[in-house]
Design a protein around this ligand. Structure first.
Ligand code: AMP
Ligand code: GLY
Length: 427
């Protein structure tokens, strides 16, 4: 089977390394891919959002199955175009991808179907938004409606900051058209859980739970990033919480999408907060998380391609998805300066010629291979992941392996997994 994976980060690298384990897979292409991915797949220089070129490539290469991983091509409708031309793919339709692509859509969906989430109002007028915020309490959460590279959420501590946030999103258009509408919502507290699931439109099967670390510095300080590290499983996602989520959140969401005429196929990612009033949805993503995927897939025992095909064929219910006992920790090595400005092209030392380290999975996010060595080429550069018997052992292993790689001004958090380990120790 010939597979095309769309995207080019650590998440795609993790997906590719898992897909390679299926004996029926003969070729894997990745567009655009990256330096590390080029050791595992044939990289094709097509932008992930270039639907026409991607489809043209898939048709000319007679691709049997496509895996569309990033949010933007899904929201633009790449999966629909592929299916229209007879190429089955893993990933939701354009209509189903609205669950991530429009926060107004997802919040209204949750309200209509009684799915627990933060109270909110939506606005298309700056004056009306400011008027509403002036009557509320702080902190308050302001979200751009559309995609904003994970930066579209602002938590305002006071009216002045809230007014500035609304103005920058709605008038200055710092996120472009994504800020034509906004959601203003109640500030929730509690531990966060990334609950990724496989869905075939009617059946939903959770993956192992995980905990992301979004801020750039230790102790959750500094600006939000795409994610600086993950541990899986997440100790807050106990069996009781998992059952409650299945009953009140996962199944109702799948059913809601069916009823709205846009059944969800692919990976539906539930960003949850375990509030004092139970689990609530903070956000939906219409795709695998990054770097969650890098910590989740090493724990998957069942063949990934078989699961992906089942999501497409509507036969997910027939598959028993097995996970390894134990845990995985993933620590991201980022360029100094990320998520702000950073240099690229710096030599990375400590990797073998396959871009790996013995005893770890190194998934490349922002690297280039110049024929001899790996160079930095992005903000998040590598994710170093280790599987071990439990979260503390996985964390120790990941940091030990990470200490073998370096590049100038490499930055990583030193507390990935610390909150999870404290929770495990308090049990
Ligand atoms: P998102 O991009 O939607 O994942 O939001 C980024 C981060 O903002 C989340 O991981 C939460 O930590 C925080 N956040 C989003 N919505 C809320 C909320 N209603 N209350 C508290 N924190 C929130
Ligand atoms: N790690 C968070 C995300 O993928 O959205």
């Amino acid at each position: 089977m010939k597979i095309l994976v769309v995207g080019g980060g650590g998440r795609e690298h993790a997906v590719i390394r898992k897909l390679k384990q299926n004996p029926n897979v003969t070729d894997i292409f990745c567009a655009p891919g990256n330096g590390g991915i080029s050791r595992d797949a044939a990289c094709v220089p097509i932008k992930a959002t270039d639907i026409e070129a991607m489809l043209g490539f898939a048709l000319s290469e007679k691709i049997d199955f496509a895996v569309i991983t990033p949010d933007d091509p899904l929201v633009l409708g790449m999966a629909d175009e592929f299916r229209k031309h007879g190429i089955p793919c893993f990933g939701p339709s354009k209509d189903a991808a609205r669950i991530e692509g429009s926060k107004v859509f997802s919040k209204n969906l949750m309200k209509k179907y009684g799915i627990p989430t933060a109270d909110y109002q939506t606005f298309s007028s700056e004056d009306e938004a400011v008027d509403y915020i002036s009557k509320g309490s702080f902190p308050i959460v302001i979200k751009a409606d559309g995609l904003a590279l994970g930066k579209g959420v602002i938590i305002a501590e006071n009216l002045e900051d809230a007014k500035a946030a609304v103005h920058s999103i709605m008038s200055d258009k710092i996120f472009g058209a994504s800020g034509n509408n906004i959601v203003v919502e109640e500030f929730l507290t509690g531990p966060e859980i990334s609950a990724l699931t496989f869905c075939d439109g009617k059946c939903v099967k959770p993956m192992v739970s995980s905990m992301d670390h979004k801020r750039v510095f230790d102790d959750n300080r500094g600006p939000n990033t795409g994610g600086m590290g993950v541990v899986a499983p997440n100790p807050f996602f106990t069996e009781a919480v998992a059952n409650e989520c299945m009953e009140k959140i996962f199944l109702p969401t799948i059913k809601a999408m069916q009823e709205e005429g846009c059944p969800f196929q692919g990976c539906l990612y539930f960003g949850l907060m375990l509030t004092p009033n139970g689990p609530k949805v903070i956000e939906y993503n219409c795709r695998f998380g990054d770097p969650e995927t890098q910590a989740i897939l090493p724990l998957l025992e069942t063949d990934l391609l078989d699961i992906m095909l089942a999501t497409t064929n509507g036969t997910l219910n027939d598959i028993d998805i097995k996970w390894k006992d134990g845990a995985c920790a993933c620590v991201v090595a980022a360029s100094g300066g990320y998520p702000g400005k950073y240099p690229t092209g710096l030599a990375i030392s400590g990797l073998n010629s396959d871009g790996q380290i013995d005893g770890a999975d190194v998934f490349h996010a922002g690297t280039k291979f110049d024929g001899e060595q790996f160079l930095t080429a992005g903000g998040r550069v590598l994710s170093v992941c280790c599987v071990a018997k439990d979260v503390p052992a996985a964390q120790r292993a990941a940091y030990e392996k990470l200490s073998q790689v370096s590049f100038e001004n490499m930055h990583f958090r030193r507390d990935i997994g610390a909150v999870a380990i404290a929770a495990i120790n308090n049990k």
